[in-house]
Design a protein around this ligand. Structure first.
Ligand SMILES: Cc1ncc(COP(=O)(O)O)c(C=O)c1O
Length: 342
């Protein structure tokens, strides 16, 4: 049985055929024997223009760092700005790579808990206090998986009142429109992280980018491995970013499927939905998350659980699928809740 994958926040749609064709056609002319015939500089210029369409920063190529997925950039931020024994603050619950990569490089990790669900609010005063001696703080905005949007004033306070590098992860920017990217070049310590793994539908090709003040971007560029992003990926990234208008129907479809998920889950007895404005929702049920995910898996559907997060023992994260997939999930979810005892 082909599983329906609603657990990784990927795009449920592959790239439209004309874009895929253009990438494959351009790849034919790419000299595979060369490390980089200038693609990276060109891509960095295009990403700078995309991240700052009104030239408010202005963001330029000197502010852009390319990564093999934004996961690699998260590791790089920890390596360059934290390092062994220094403190990295991670919000909890949030995207787990902040903690995993910080631990991997020997940093000291402090978890900062959000308030209780379904609001999962962020206490800015307490966060600023936690970051007074931190090297790095990661703020996922909006937060995966709770949808929490840290107020811009909280980011201002982190920059003004703490010594920490403030890494704002905008993986879901294309769905919400929220961004701090134009502020990064003029800031001292604001780094914005982006990815082409979500709306841009090239998760498998691995392209993330950071927008950072030029001196910090330079340090990251010196520390990353040379040629960390393949020329094929850079070429594909150029095509999807240039032709992003053609992804607009996908964006609308994904947001409409997310709305269908919210509407189909809300109002069920014992079920609480936390909307996020992105391509996923967080759902709390009377069942343990492990049990619910297991029952859904038996019905051919994968959702995300959080076994390391005490606050999410009864929550699962579900991303928008194609219309038939979202429908299949809602049917299976109803079936599990009406037949399986908590
Ligand atoms: C908040 C957040 N940051 C980063 C990533 C990873 O992106 P990439 O595929 O570019 O490594 C994800 C993927 O789920 C994410 O949710």
């Amino acid at each position: 049985m082909d599983l329906i994958r609603l657990n990784a926040n990927e795009s449920p749609y592959d790239l439209p055929a004309p874009l895929k064709e253009e990438i494959l056609e351009a790849a034919r002319a790419l000299p595979f024997n060369r490390y980089d015939p200038g693609l990276a500089d060109d891509l960095r210029r295009r990403l700078a223009a995309y991240a700052d369409p009104d030239s408010r920063g202005p963001v330029t190529a000197a502010n852009i760092v390319l990564g093999n997925g934004s996961d690699e950039l998260i590791l790089l931020v920890n390596e360059v700005f934290a390092g062994p024994g220094r403190k990295v603050v991670v919000i909890s619950p949030s995207f787990e790579m902040y903690r995993i990569t910080a631990l991997r490089i020997g940093a000291e990790v402090e978890r900062f808990e959000l308030g209780p669900g379904p609001a999962f609010a962020l206490d800015a005063d307490a966060l600023v206090k936690a970051c007074r001696d931190a090297a790095v703080i990661f703020v996922c905005r909006p937060n995966n998986p709770t949808g929490t949007v840290a107020p811009e004033a909280a980011i201002d306070r982190l920059l003004a009142e703490t010594p920490a590098v403030v890494a704002v992860d905008e993986a879901y920017h294309e769905f919400t429109g929220l961004t701090l990217a134009p502020r990064a070049p003029r800031s001292e310590r604001l780094i914005v992280l982006r990815t082409l793994s979500k709306l841009f539908a090239v998760a498998g090709l691995r392209l993330g980018y950071a927008i950072a003040p030029a001196p910090l971007a330079e340090r990251m560029n010196r520390a990353r491995l040379p040629f960390n992003v393949s020329t094929f990926t850079q070429l594909a990234a150029r095509v999807v970013v240039d032709r992003r208008a053609e992804l607009e129907p996908l964006r609308r479809a994904i947001l409409s499927e997310t709305a269908k998920l919210e509407a189909g889950l809300a109002g069920r007895p014992g079920v609480t939905v936390t909307p996020t404005g992105t391509n996923f929702v967080l759902v709390e049920t009377p069942l343990s998350a492990v049990k619910l995910a297991d029952e859904l898996r038996q019905r051919g559907i994968l959702v995300r659980t959080y076994q390391d997060e005490p606050a999410l023992r009864h929550h699962v994260r579900v991303n928008a699928g194609r219309s038939d997939e979202t429908g299949a999930f809602l049917t299976a979810f109803g079936d599990v809740l009406s037949h399986v005892k908590a």
